[in-house]
Design a protein around this ligand. Structure first.
Ligand SMILES: Cc1cc2nc3c(=O)[nH]c(=O)nc-3n(C[C@H](O)[C@H](O)[C@H](O)COP(=O)(O)OP(=O)(O)OC[C@H]3O[C@@H](n4cnc5c(N)ncnc54)[C@H](O)[C@@H]3O)c2cc1C
Length: 461
């Protein structure tokens, strides 16, 4: 038996001693379920799944993992797209699905305190009674994605233009560090200037610094009206320029989505929508009915000035539906395809040149390239479905690397909202350079034995 296997065996004995039997599983079904996420990355093989029901249980499991040097990977809904919750080194997967209670809502202070396994959709269903909502919205995955997972990945989603990313929403948290200690960080005051921003550091750390066991997140009043519109542009470049113009006009928009010509054609064909060919800019406005209508008209004028054709309300609703189903549509585009994807971010002013670069390069390589994303905040998802293990796969992977290098050289980022996981780990140095040493030091402070989600985020841990 290897040292690692002995560690897992000892961990299992300890866990059986201190947890109720229904908290542990090593069934093929559970091990398989936690082996992957929504990416095409290879699955991992966990040895054990633990379903904690309290912070004390999470702390006990973490202490045992530390003592036995057993990898411990937190799992929310498993909807990540970069392998973030895949247990690459085996060990224990901590499935937080049973810690799913809404603990407190303060309508005046606009916050809710929740356990990490509460799904985004269920939280918003419960908040509707208070006329409030939690804004981090992963397109089409709300049923499964959890508040803990959204914060741990620093997700953004379509409404981050108006309401900010998940990190910005985390006011306070309870966290179990890699030592098994339970700490509280942050607070409920709307502003604070005291000490280091630990909630900000834990948000986006993908379970490598601590397990979030309680989260206080900021909320927003449900807008009286939501108005969706759409414009079709002859080129991807014109659509990207229009987004810059919309920002320059200072219009109060909740969402600006960009869909390139290729992705728009695919989605329209899938949904049976007879739309004019072209790249899309999709807009959503929140506010009173009259303000939303007025701002929509103004946004339409800006799009027209940029060469766009503004759609009817009915056509806009159809095109928005297409946008929401795009990730799934791309997966279906080539049966059994592997989807090579990038989740990059760039300053909005550089989107036109980035998107033109993509178009020229993918033509040279004859690759299918579907680009869409939250253009108003510079987030682009580039998806390249290719037959697995084909020469096209090598070309697509090379394209992805060059594209990300390009985005970083323009002041952008390797990953804007899906996190680093496994898929982007090798690119961390490109973006962070010498600062990686400091990040490794922080990791050691929180998790001295390196048991929390090992093999993720930092290339050298
Ligand atoms: C179709 C589709 C569309 C998507 N659209 C978007 C989008 O628009 N915007 C966006 O940002 N993302 C999007 N995503 C990605 C995904 O939904 C988000 O990253 C989501 O935040 C993951 O939540 P989860 O509960 O599934 O977390 P998981 O995938 O289970 O875990 C995410 C990471 O967090 C860690 N983790 C989980 N819970 C905890 C915890 N309590 N404490 C510490 N660490 C923890 C895990 O170890 C892992 O590293 C999309 C995904 C799909 C499949």
């Amino acid at each position: 038996m290897s040292g690692a296997d002995q560690g897992v065996a000892r961990a299992r004995v300890e866990l059986e001693r201190c947890l109720a039997p229904d908290r542990l599983s090593a069934t093929a079904f559970d091990l398989d379920r936690v082996s992957r996420d929504e990416s095409s990355l290879p699955p991992g093989s966990a040895d054990l799944v633990v379903f904690p029901e309290s912070t004390a249980e999470v702390a006990a499991v973490t202490r045992i993992a530390r003592e036995t040097r057993t990898p411990l990977t937190a799992r929310g809904g498993g909807t990540s797209l970069e392998g973030n919750p895949i247990p690459v080194l085996g060990g224990i997967v901590l499935d937080l699905g049973r810690m799913n209670r809404l603990l407190d809502v303060s309508p005046i202070d606009l916050y809710a305190t929740v356990q990490p396994g509460l799904s985004h959709l269920e939280l918003n269903r419960r908040l509707a009674d208070f006329g409030l909502f939690f804004s981090a919205t992963p397109g089409g995955t709300g049923v499964a994605a959890t508040v803990g997972g959204l914060i741990a990945n620093n997700a953004s989603g379509i409404y981050s233009l108006r309401y900010g990313s998940a990190r910005r929403s985390l006011l306070a948290c309870e966290v179990v560090t890699g030592t098994g200690d339970v700490l509280r960080a942050g607070g409920m005051a709307p502003r604070r200037s005291s000490g280091y921003d630990l909630p900000g550091l834990l948000a986006g750390s993908e379970g490598t610094l601590g397990i979030l066991t309680e989260l206080t997140v900021s909320l927003h009043p449900v807008p009286e009206s939501r108005r969706r519109s759409a414009a079709i542009f002859p080129t991807d470049d014109a659509a990207a320029r229009a987004i810059g113009a919309l920002r320059l006009h200072g219009l109060d928009l909740a969402a600006i989505e960009l869909v390139n010509r290729e992705a728009a054609a695919l989605a329209a064909a899938e949904e049976g929508v007879a739309a004019r060919e072209g790249a899309l800019v999709l807009i959503e406005v929140h506010g009173s009915a009259s303000a939303a209508a007025e701002i929509s008209v103004e946004a339409g004028g800006v799009c027209r000035d940029g060469g766009g054709a503004v759609c009817s309300d009915a056509a806009a609703a159809q095109l928005w539906r297409c946008r929401e189903r795009l990730t799934a549509a791309v997966r279906r585009a080539i049966p059994d395809a592997r989807v090579v994807r990038a989740d990059l971010g760039a300053p909005v002013s550089r989107l036109p040149e980035l998107i033109s670069w993509c178009d020229a390069r993918r033509r040279a390589k004859n690759l299918a390239l579907y680009i869409f994303g939250h253009g108003g905040v510079g987030i682009l998802h580039a998806l390249l479905p290719v037959p697995a293990d084909s020469s096209a796969e090598a070309d697509a992977r090379d394209f992805r690397e060059r594209l990300i290098e390009r985005a970083v050289s323009l002041g952008g980022t390797v990953s804007a909202e899906h996190g680093i996981g496994i898929g982007n780990r090798h690119l961390m140095r490109l973006e962070h350079g010498e600062a990686l040493g400091l990040m490794s030091g922080i990791k050691k402070l929180f998790d001295p034995e390196g048991v929390l989600n090992p093999g993720k985020v930092l290339p050298i841990c």
